[in-house]
Write a protein that binds this ligand. Structure first.
Ligand SMILES: [Zn+2]
Length: 268
C-alpha cells in the first residue's frame, strides 16, 4: 500500500502600520493568492509590500509600491503563485502606506495659488522657503497671521486630513505632535498643509470638496510654534518623505503672480 498525502502548511502573518484608512487582504485562488486593497481615504494611497515567502512566486519584484485609488474597494494589488503544488507554502509581509501616488513627480508648475487669507488683507511672510529657523531644506511659508484670522484655501481640492483638538505649543520639535492642521489634496497630485490652527478652528470636514478662496479654518499658535502664525506647505508625498514645492501666488487682487519672499508683506 502506498500512502501519499500532502500537507499544505499555511502560515500568514501580516504586519502593517495603520496610519491610513486602507486595508490590504487576500483571497485564495486556484494556484495561490490574490491580494486586494480597500482605500477609504479621499486621495490615492501608496502601499509598499515586503514579502517573505516559501514556495510561492511573487508576480512583481519584492518591495514594490502600489497606488490604490481614492475611495476604492477591492482594487487588485498583486498575486502570489504556488511553485510546487505538493509542498507546503506560506507567506508573510510588512506593509507601509502613505498619502498620494508616491511614484508621481510631475505637477502643475504654473498654477497660481491664492494667498491663504481673506481678500483685501495683507500679512508678512516672516519665514520663507528654506528659512533658517524651522524651514531648513523645506519649501514652506510662515504668514504672520494673528490667532483667529480666517484661513482660506489656496487651491481647489478635497480635505483628506484634519487634526484640531490640540491647544499646547512650544518652540521645540517635541511639540510637533500638537500641530493642528488641515491637509487638502489637489487635482495635480499635490497636497497643501495648513498648520498651527487654533483649537477646534476648522470649518470643513474630511471628504469636503473645497473651492479656492473658501474659508477652511482659523489660524492659531498650536504645536511647534513660538508665536501666532500660519505655516503653509505644498508638497508631493513620497513613500517615506515629503517633497515640498515652491509655488506661485496671486497678489494684489490677482494683478501679479510671483514667488513669495521672506520679510515681504503681500496683499490678497
Ligand atoms: Zn513654518
Amino acid at each position: 500500500m502506498k500512502l501519499s498525502y500532502t500537507i499544505l502548511l499555511l502560515f500568514i502573518t501580516l504586519t502593517g502600520y495603520a496610519k491610513h484608512d486602507v486595508k490590504v487582504y487576500y483571497e485564495k485562488s486556484d494556484d495561490g493568492y490574490i491580494l486586494y486593497a480597500d482605500n477609504n481615504e479621499y486621495c490615492p494611497i501608496t502601499i509598499q509590500l515586503e514579502f517573505t515567502v516559501t514556495n510561492l512566486k511573487l508576480k512583481d519584484q519584492n518591495n514594490s509600491v502600489y497606488t490604490v485609488l481614492p475611495r476604492q474597494k477591492k482594487q487588485l494589488v498583486t498575486q502570489l503563485t504556488v511553485i510546487q503544488k505538493n509542498r507546503g507554502y506560506k507567506f508573510s509581509y510588512t506593509s507601509w502606506t502613505n498619502y498620494g501616488d508616491a511614484t508621481k513627480d510631475t505637477y502643475d508648475l504654473d498654477y497660481a495659488y491664492d494667498l491663504p487669507y481673506e481678500k483685501g488683507q495683507s500679512f508678512q511672510v516672516h519665514q520663507g522657503y528654506n528659512g533658517s529657523f524651522s524651514h531648513h531644506n523645506k519649501n514652506a511659508l510662515d504668514f504672520d497671521m494673528p490667532i483667529g484670522s480666517g484661513v482660506h484655501a489656496i487651491r481647489d481640492g478635497v480635505v483628506i486630513k484634519i487634526v484640531k483638538q490640540h491647544y499646547q505649543s512650544c518652540g521645540t520639535k517635541e511639540c510637533k505632535k500638537y500641530n493642528n492642521h488641515i491637509i487638502i489634496y489637489h487635482s495635480d497630485g499635490t497636497f497643501a498643509e495648513y498648520t498651527h490652527l487654533k483649537q477646534n478652528g476648522v470649518t470643513v470636514a474630511i471628504g469636503d470638496h473645497i473651492k479656492q478662496g473658501q474659508l477652511i479654518g482659523y489660524s492659531g499658535n498650536t504645536g511647534w510654534s513660538t508665536g501666532p502664525h500660519l505655516h503653509l506647505e505644498v508638497f508631493l508625498q513620497k513613500m517615506k518623505k515629503r517633497e515640498t514645492l515652491k509655488t506661485k501666488f496671486k497678489i494684489n487682487s490677482g494683478s501679479e503672480i510671483l514667488f513669495l519672499k521672506e520679510k515681504n508683506s503681500y496683499k490678497k
